[in-house]
Design a protein around this ligand. Structure first.
Ligand SMILES: Nc1ncnc2c1ncn2[C@@H]1O[C@H](COP(=O)(O)OP(=O)(O)OP(=O)(O)O)[C@@H](O)[C@H]1O
Ligand SMILES: O=C(O)C1=C[C@@H](O)[C@@H](O)[C@H](O)C1
Ligand SMILES: [Mg+2]
Length: 171
């Protein structure tokens, strides 16, 4: 059975997709992003899934996408920011090379303000992001083998730090 080489978790704006792309290039593997899998499965972008079907429907698609990706993918796997809400997903991640990309509030809000629409941050992004992080930090920490701080690093430097962190925290 295959298993992902690296699994990236962290809040919106922590750089999972950006760093995942760089890591996959460096390791000579492919990147799989569960957000993209969910969009492919639903046949529409994430903001439309939230709008048409609601967050619980999105979370159910996401949990199924994570299960499939963990079973099938042996490259870099980037999870949607809220995937750790699901207890079964957290249990599934135990023992995998999971890295939590951490980022401070001000930097995350600066980054996501420049980027694709994120339905959970559409209104009052600072307050929403802070509340998300308060709830999720224990889950990100619980599932992670290593934590990498990203606020003061370029995406390339984060990719190097992820590889170093996993070398220092082998299974
Ligand atoms: N280390 C970094 N330094 C500066 N900008 C960064 C860094 N990492 C990512 N970014 C920028 O921040 C934005 C968000 O990054 P990205 O989409 O990779 O985050 P994400 O964790 O995948 O978010 P989401 O959970 O919403 O999918 C992008 O514009 C990206 O270029
Ligand atoms: O933090 C979250 O809950 C989300 C993050 C994104 O990756 C997407 O999965 C979606 O926008 C929800
Ligand atoms: Mg992403």
């Amino acid at each position: 059975m295959s298993a992902p080489a690296v699994v990236l978790v962290g809040p919106p704006g922590s750089g999972k997709t950006t760093v995942g792309t760089l890591l996959a290039e460096r390791l000579g593997v492919t990147l799989r992003d569960t957000d993209a899998d969910v969009e492919a499965e639903a046949g529409k972008p994430i903001p439309e899934i939230f709008l048409d079907d609601g967050e619980p429907a999105f979370r159910a698609l996401e949990a199924a996408a994570v299960r499939r990706a963990v079973a099938e993918h042996d490259g870099v796997l980037s999870l949607g920011g809220g995937a750790v809400h699901d207890p079964e997903t957290r249990a599934l991640l135990a023992g995998l090379p999971v890295v939590f990309l951490d980022v401070a509030l001000a930097e995350a809000v600066r980054r996501v303000g420049l980027d694709v629409p994120r339905p959970l941050l559409a209104i009052n992004p600072r307050q929403r992001w802070r509340a998300l992080m308060e709830e999720r930090r224990p889950w990100y920490t619980e599932v992670a083998r290593a934590v990498v701080e990203t606020a003061e690093r370029t995406p390339d430097e984060v990719a190097t730090a992820v590889i170093d962190a996993l070398e220092h925290h082998p299974a």
